[in-house]
Design a protein around this ligand. Structure first.
Ligand code: F0G
Length: 458
């Protein structure tokens, strides 16, 4: 008999979490204006709002915290981080930032101007926000297969080369500062991009003189899928695959809160000295001096260790298997999920799960609220609320998929928690025909509305 997989670590410290009653949860939801971001963490039993900054650090990372160097300039912690980033990515220039969107802010301050277009594979919402706030446009060139949840394409994060070439032919070169490849592609379900696709995008972009940048929040998980699924990649180490991925880019932004295995942090890594110098000025204005960028020395030390751990096969194997374990359970119950199961989360198709809730009443949000009421589990809507309004027409943008994302924090929950989540969803699924009403907006901000929107029952 084959041995089952088991986590390559054991638990040294625990944190108490508490269950609540359905009545309490219904009351708390009203007070939270039916926005799960407004709940207190003490009101949540299993928190799947995000995998960002919510993972558990290792004893080696906690150890590194204690030896962090808090010098304002040129600290040992920066040096350690710089060496690790260079080893993993090959990029010679590093600018730390306080998180991923800060890296976007700094880099886009250099590269993006009004009326530019930035093609890519389903840009993440903060990324799109940083593009649109500069009156530029993000153009989604993801392959069509990504929007069919049943399609088993192994690399649903891939960029459609025809769509991309059309962008390159439609707009002049000086309006396209770069093509952005997000690895893995969060918005379309934590789906990976193949090395073949990255290479082809690079070749096509070279012909038009457009550089490639990576949004690399979950690059190690992407490399794991390449190793497991792509022809000819099985014998390579994760670190080798990462080096090849980044060799096709001019630079990257990183949210270290994901595959950096830390609770806060980000960075920009670059090839080009001129871009680095310009970005250094923006780092100083927005983040801090260029050798700390809004982070404590100890944060950089822990990140340096975390980046190394996150690019080890044993860790990734256990991480991705856990997400898959939950996905498989849901599939056994007949629950419609995005397939194949993504790297950091299970995405549930709310339009199929709750066919009786009208699109204008936010079915994915409704499903998230039902799951919370059922069992104290907090997921997040990746649908119409997240998609915001069109900046020109101010109409709702209805994305192709209306999803509830259950993001699994790294090294945090056990498979007993996964079983609990699966049964909770099954219970909601069994009463799905009784759920016919969703929610209406009572207040919303101009952009990035899903964080602070206020809702009422429809
Ligand atoms: N890029 C991607 C692909 C992301 O998923 C995120 C964050 C960011 C950039 C921004 O990084 O949060 O450090 O500022 N995603 C989180 C999530 C918030 O829940 O998916 P950040």
């Amino acid at each position: 008999m084959n041995l089952p997989y088991a986590e390559p670590y054991r638990i040294k410290m625990i944190e108490e979490i508490r269950q609540s009653t359905k009545e309490e949860r219904e009351e708390w939801l009203k007070k939270a204006n039916f926005n799960l971001f407004n709940l207190k963490s003490s009101q949540v039993f299993i928190d799947l709002l995000t995998d960002s900054g919510t993972g558990a650090m290792s004893d080696k990372q906690w150890g590194a915290l204690m030896t962090g160097d808090e010098s304002y300039a040129g600290s040992r912690s920066f040096e350690a981080l710089h060496n690790t980033v260079q080893k993993i990515t090959g990029f010679p220039y590093l600018l730390p930032t306080h998180q991923g969107r800060a890296a976007e802010n700094v880099l886009f301050s250099v590269l993006v101007k009004e009326d530019d277009v930035i093609p890519g594979n389903s840009h993440f919402d903060t990324t799109k926000g940083h593009i649109e706030i500069r009156k530029a446009h993000a153009i989604d060139c993801t392959i069509d297969e990504a929007f069919d949840i049943k399609n088993l394409h192994p690399f649903k994060g891939n960029i459609d080369l025809e769509k991309l070439e059309k962008v390159y032919q439609t707009y002049p070169k000086d309006k396209i500062p770069f093509c952005l490849i997000t690895i893995t592609c969060n918005t379309s379900g934590g789906q990976p991009v193949s090395i073949k696709n990255i290479k082809e995008v690079k070749e096509l972009s070279d012909r038009y003189g457009i550089p490639i940048y990576f949004d690399s929040a979950r690059y190690a998980e992407n490399a794991y899928f390449i190793k497991r699924r792509e022809e000819g990649q099985q014998h390579r180490s994760i670190k080798e695959i990462c080096r090849e991925i980044f060799s096709y880019g001019e630079g990257m932004t990183m949210s270290s809160k994901k595959d950096g295995l830390v609770n806060i942090g980000g960075f920009i890594a670059l090839n080009n000295e001129e871009v680095f110098q310009k970005a250094s000025n923006f780092t100083i204005i927005y983040e801090g001096f260029i050798t700390y960028g809004g982070l404590a020395g100890r944060d950089m030390s822990a990140l340096s260790v975390g980046l190394d751990e996150a690019t080890e096969l044993e860790y990734l194997e256990s991480r991705i298997s856990q997400v898959e374990y939950l996905g498989n359970k849901l599939m056994e119950f007949g629950i419609p999920v995005q397939k194949p199961i993504g790297g950091h989360a299970v995405f549930i198709d709310a339009l199929k799960f709750l066919p009786n809730v009208p699109r204008e009443e936010f079915p994915a949000q409704t499903l998230g609220l039902e799951l919370y009421k059922e069992a104290g589990i907090r997921g997040v809507e990746i649908g119409t609320l997240l998609a915001d309004r069109d900046p020109e027409t101010r109409e709702n943008r209805y994305p192709k998929l209306e999803l509830l994302r259950l993001a699994i924090p790294r090294r945090t929950y056990t498979n007993n928690h996964m079983d609990y989540i699966a049964v909770a969803l099954k219970n909601v699924f069994e009463r799905r025909n009784e759920i016919t009403k969703g929610y209406q907006i009572t207040w919303e901000p101009e952009i990035l509305r899903h964080f602070t929107v206020k809702l009422k029952e429809a």
